[in-house]
Design a protein around this ligand. Sequence first.
Ligand code: GDP
Length: 196
Amino acid sequence: MIQKAQFVISNSNPGNCPKPDRAEIAFIGRSNVGKSSLINRITGKSDLAKTSQKPGKTQLINHFIINDRWYLVDLPGYGFAKVNVKVKQGWESMISTYLTKRENLCGVFVLIDSRLEPQKIDLEFLLWCGTEGVPAALVFTKADKQSKTKTDQNIRKFLKKTEEIFEEIPDYFVTSAESGLGKDELTAFIEELVQE
Ligand code: GDP
């Protein structure tokens, strides 16, 4: 159960993140995938993460402390349509440093829009995680937006692609920030990760 969630700090330099003395999990995904909404839903705080950040806004690593015990991190989204090369390179360097060097990181949740067919950018990012040994799990978002049949279809296709990449199917969750679908399963999984 998440009882308490507080903002700690935002950083553009991974080296300035809080001391890695507690378990940490992170959320990442394409911009507009529903990351902020999901973080707000699972923490029960409607304004914890800022929803619908505009492209070009400073891209920051946001630390929150949960139940006074572990860190939840909101990472800047990827795949803005209109982002300049410099911003993109800045993102890549910041994110790759954070994901490969953060020693207390127990899990990274990669958010995938359940409305869409498998997207190249998500698969490429997952491939990179696999190569770098980043412990990624999948979170399909916005499941309330279409029929269960359509959601299941898209998820099946996506999992088939990830199986080709990883030779196994990663842990995955089907969620809706709108209805709360999947919240309990995802929270229980995170709590296990941060307790280990
Ligand atoms: P972010 O850019 O990944 O942080 O995405 P946001 O959380 O800001 O969400 C982008 C848009 O999708 C917003 O208009 C949200 O209201 C909407 N949204 C996010 N999650 C859901 C969901 O589970 N269901 C529905 N119907 N809309 C959602």
